[in-house]
Design a protein around this ligand. Structure first.
Ligand code: NAD
Ligand code: UDP
Length: 337
């Protein structure tokens, strides 16, 4: 298959590009590099021994997108491109709706014009909202999102559902990710956040490598096993394989929604303990106040992906920690090195 990967120079996109190339697919990446790196793409080529096509363009640029579809015989699109920082989305809501919602709109218009009607979209567990029962199941309706990032994901899901309702030739797969972490086992690719990381895993890795003094644990008085929040962390390579399975297993038109997670809740303290034990490096931390908006605990019911896509998250928490450290210690400044 010829697969267009939007946002393919980013964290999850670049790992998915590796899986696609290793499975024999041809890959065209469109990325504007606002949060991605061309080095990630050369590393993907190095790991797989195969080449890909890279087009530096913005998905909101209709002329550029039409040119991509005219030049390459695209069979399907995996759509990662977008902005993803929850806190920033509260401060700059218009930038999030412009990039995530309008970007997807322009992409779909270009797909429609080119007769390409197969899309796999990067959605998020955040669309379940704060009231959904845990574990989250795909049959639960989207809930009330609590920030513009989450709302933009819910809006795109709805837009794609409306597209299928209007034209049954479209095939839409909505993948709701839980908490992707880890890095490629080669140590050549991983997460490379700009500035101070907002997320737990890159923060732990940067403390371990000496770029930050200590981790602040946001609250230890939640109603959980050890008082810290629990999330469903999954290895980014498992997540990348999930995209491949979605592409290969779903040939029919219509909308299908899948949770991609392990089905296990892991606490912040579990994460720190596992990282220290597996990698034998210290991670100093202190407990601080709760972070506004954090939910105490949620994880996936991942049985639908297992039953219908034949996908299960195979890597362990220890694999996630070891691979994160292999990447971070070999590339202390990320792709800048
Ligand atoms: P990322 O920022 O590493 O990758 C996104 C890529 O898209 C970047 O390379 C960026 O340069 C590119 N991009 C952004 N706007 C663009 C535009 N208008 N045109 C072209 N390229 C553009 O993020 P990621 O962690 O790899 O996430 C990928 C997708 O998965 C995002 O849509 C994100 O919202 C979603 N997601 C991520 C997580 C997570 O925890 N990382 C969880 C749930 C969903
Ligand atoms: N967290 C933390 N310190 C940090 C970053 C995150 O204690 O520096 C906690 C956060 O409160 C949450 C968990 O780690 O309970 C996962 O946070 P992350 O931002 O990675 O994922 P999300 O909250 O978006 O699921």
């Amino acid at each position: 298959m010829n697969v267009l990967v939007t946002g393919g120079a980013g964290y999850i996109g670049s790992h998915t590009v590796v899986e696609l190339l290793e499975s024999g697919h041809e890959v065209v990446v469109v990325d504007n590099l606002c949060n991605g790196s061309e080095v990630a793409l050369s590393r993907a080529e190095e790991i797989t021994g195969r080449s890909l096509v890279f087009v530096r363009a913005d998905i909101r640029d209709r002329v550029a997108m039409d040119a991509v579809f005219a030049e390459h015989h695209i069979d399907a699109v995996i759509h990662f491109a977008g902005l993803k920082a929850v806190g920033e989305s509260v401060e700059k809501p218009l930038a999030y709706y412009e990039n995530n919602v309008n970007g997807t709109l322009v992409l779909c218009q270009a797909m429609e014009a080119a007769g390409v009607r197969r899309i796999v979209f990067s959605s998020s567990a955040t669309v379940y909202g704060s009231e959904a029962p845990v574990p989250y199941v795909e049959t639960t309706s989207r809930g009330t999102t609590s920030n513009p990032y989450g709302t933009s994901k819910a809006m795109v899901e709805k837009m794609l559902e409306d597209l299928v309702a209007a034209d049954s030739r479209w095939s839409v797969t909505l993948l709701r990710y839980f908490n992707p972490i880890g890095a490629h086992p080669s140590g050549k690719m991983g997460e490379d956040p700009l500035g101070i990381p907002n997320n737990l895993m890159p923060f732990i890795a940067q403390v371990a490598v000496g770029r930050r003094d200590e981790l602040t644990i946001f609250g230890d008085d939640y109603p959980t096993r050890d008082g810290t929040c629990e999330r469903d962390y999954l290895h980014v390579v498992d997540l990348a394989v999930g995209h491949l399975k979605a592409l290969e297993a779903r040939h029919e038109s219509g909308v299908a929604i899948f949770n991609l997670g392990t089905g296990q809740g892991v606490s912040v303290l579990d994460m720190v303990d596992s990282f220290v034990r597996v990698n034998n490096v210290p991670v100093p931390y202190r407990v601080g106040p709760r972070r506004a908006g954090d939910l105490p605990a949620f994880w996936a019911d991942a049985t639908k992906a297992r039953d219908e896509l034949g996908w299960v998250a195979e890597k362990t928490l220890d694999d996630m920690m070891a691979d994160t450290w292999r990447w971070q210690s070999a590339n202390p400044k990320g792709y800048e090195n």
